[in-house]
Design a binder for this molecule. Structure first.
Ligand code: F6R
Length: 605
């Protein structure tokens, strides 16, 4: 998704802006640009290529100034062409970068046209730029505040004015924006990562805040112009290892980082009954009898997997909801409910909106399970559990998913303990099982050569079916999602028992069927489902726990996983399916870390 970096620095700001954009590249973009105030002019370069090309262009254009704004754009309004790339100018005077969507842009565009403004782009951002110019009477802060009052939708903006050097004004509503202060200057970004190296102190803006960076002075106001104070937080060691090392892709690196990420996440859980400082106390969990989990994409599948854990261990009713649908439904509270927002980024617009929606319906017990401590969802929730996956650069979620699963599993045990459905010794056993997970994951990763052989056999297919049952059905869904998003093969996940109710009609030799087969209570049923495929000429690719007794044969390949890990076995099968998707995509030569049309953090609806 789009990314913003802006700042007023002691020297030339351009290197800081470009470094920030490089750090935002992982979010996905189709154009980028940078503008500075230089010798009384606003100057910009923009490109449809990568940030490294922008860097070369900026050098060639001799771009140099202490005040600047920069952007990576992921097209929403208007195709990815140069005129639509940010920074967007209004005349020579106002320059704007913008994340989000302005819902009333058509109406505003019409009003501005009648006033004589001419539009050079198809973007909603140009409406903002002209609107600010229209309100400008010598003070850019007032102009931004007045213009922001007319905007509907979600946005974060950074604005500079040719006539006011050393000044950047930012505003946000619904999209994240953070101010960073350091020895090199004051900066503004949509993501802390972008400015982690040039700032030590951070201030996270709230909705309706307008920030004025004027030289080294920083002031925050609300829309009415009243000064507001926001808590300042010190850097939390953001400069994590984001290099590629010996790996070909970030996705591959992040798949292989999972044992460490899971171990780190487990290490933050002190003892077997409490999880982290910002978690509900055992007493606060004791009367929880309903769980509603909210998420999108892979995070939704983590929630769906966890439903069976919550039902089994904690004896509570648990439902996972797709946040983008849930937010528009009529919510009926069951009472004694804990709402859990599951998200890697903590910024996904739909999950955040769904969380706010349940809060508005009276649910006060909210918990965010997030990988980003300073994210909007963490701030919006009463409690938070921070997964320690580390920065996830690849667009496809991998280590974020498995650390979410681990956090949800531990929470199910903790609630079960409080409700008396899990004894102390059972809880201790399960925590030991969790502690053994990193080694078991390494064991799965060691099967990479066998998985690569499957990838060879699968990479030319255009369709694939993923089957699972019980807690492995969401893993089948996740396997299909991973495959489709990075290899562009059409893939569907199905509960194996549903095969006869429709999808069996699709099964032919050209429809490979990938099965996740744990040695659980549903194994015999699953075997029957596999026979249904085999007897129709289907090709089976089975990930089977080593104690299932499943063997390769005509029409059926088998990779033996470690022995069944009980309810934790979905975590291991997920790792194998990630590797499969990765190697298929490698053979198809796709842009694995930045799949077409996708973005890392989906901050618009
Ligand atoms: C798929 C993937 C997405 C995200 C989804 C939610 O690999 O990464 O489906 O899981 O966009 O994002 P977060 O977890 O940041 O809320």
């Amino acid at each position: 998704m789009c990314g913003i970096v802006a700042g007023v620095s002691q020297g030339n700001v351009v290197p800081f802006l470009l470094e920030g954009l490089k750090r935002l590249e992982y979010r996905g973009y189709d154009s980028c640009g940078v503008a500075v105030l230089q010798r009384g002019e606003a100057r910009r370069v923009r490109t449809l290529s990568r940030v490294c090309s922008l860097e070369a262009d900026a050098l060639a254009a001799d771009l140099d100034g202490v005040t600047g704004i920069a952007h990576t754009r992921w097209a929403t309004h208007g195709t990815p062409v140069i005129n639509n790339a940010h920074p967007i100018f209004s005349g020579e005077q106002i320059a704007v970068v913008h994340n989000g969507i302005i819902e009333n842009h058509e109406q505003l565009r019409e009003q501005l046209r009648l006033k004589g403004y001419e539009f050079q782009s198809q973007t909603d951002t140009e409406v903002i730029a002209h609107l600010i110019r229209d309100h400008y009477q010598g003070d850019i802060l007032t102009a931004v505040r007045d213009a922001a009052g007319l905007l509907q939708g979600a946005y974060a903006i950074a604005v500079m004015c040719r006539d006011e050097p050393k000044r950047i004004v930012g505003a946000r509503q619904g999209s994240p924006l953070v101010v960073g202060i350091g020895d090199d200057g004051a900066f503004l970004a949509s993501d802390t990562t972008a400015i982690a190296d040039c700032a030590e102190r951070f201030v996270y803006l709230e909705d309706n805040d307008v920030v004025d960076i004027h030289g080294t002075d920083i002031a925050i106001q609300d829309r009415e112009g009243r000064t507001v104070s926001r808590r300042e937080v010190k850097s939390r060691g953001h400069a994590q290892d984001t290099g590629l090392g010996a790996y070909r892709h970030y996705m591959q690196k992040e798949i292989f980082e999972q044992p460490v990420a899971v171990a780190r996440t487990l290490a933050t859980m002190s003892g077997d009954e409490s999880l982290q400082a910002a978690m509900p106390s055992p007493e606060e969990l004791a009367d929880v009898s309903n769980l509603v989990m909210l998420g999108c994409g892979t995070s939704y599948y983590a929630a769906l997997t966890a439903c069976s854990w919550f039902e089994h261990f904690a004896n509570v009713t648990a439902r996972a909801e797709i946040a983008s649908e849930f937010r528009y439904r009529d919510y009926v509270s069951q009472g004694n409910t804990l709402v859990i927002a599951v998200s890697q980024s903590g910024e996904t617009a739909d999950t955040l909106a769904a969380l706010r929606y349940v809060q508005s319906m009276g649910e006060a017990r909210t918990l965010a399970i997030c990988n980003v401590a300073a994210s909007a969802m963490v701030r919006q929730s009463r409690w938070a559990f921070i997964t320690e996956a580390g920065v996830e650069v690849g667009v496809a979620s991998t280590k974020a998913f498995t650390t979410q699963l681990v956090a949800l599993f531990a929470l199910a045990i903790a609630i079960g303990r409080q409700r008396g459905s899990v004894s102390q010794s059972e809880a201790a056993t399960w925590m030991r099982q969790l502690a053994a997970l990193p080694d078991a994951m390494r064991n799965v990763l060691a099967r990479e050569p066998e998985i690569m052989a499957w990838a060879e056999a699968l990479h030319q297919t255009e369709h694939a079916l993923f089957l699972g049952r019980g807690a492995h059905f969401p893993i089948a869904l996740e396997g299909a999602l991973k495959l489709k998003e990075i290899s562009y093969i059409h893939a569907e996940g199905y509960p194996a028992g549903e095969l006869k109710h429709g999808p069996l009609a699709l099964v032919t030799e050209s429809m490979p069927v990938i099965v996740t087969a744990p040695n659980d209570a549903l194994l015999q049923k699953l075997k029957s489902n596999m026979e249904e495929v085999r007897s129709r000429g289907g090709r089976l690719f089975v990930l089977a726990d080593s104690d299932t007794g499943l063997m390769a044969g005509p029409g059926m390949r088998v990779i033996h996983m470690p022995a069944w890990r009980g309810p934790l076995s979905p975590v291991l099968h997920a790792v194998a399916l990630q590797l499969l998707a990765y190697h298929v995509a490698c053979l198809r030569g796709t842009d694995i870390d930045k799949p077409r049309n996708l973005a890392k953090s989906v901050t618009v609806e």
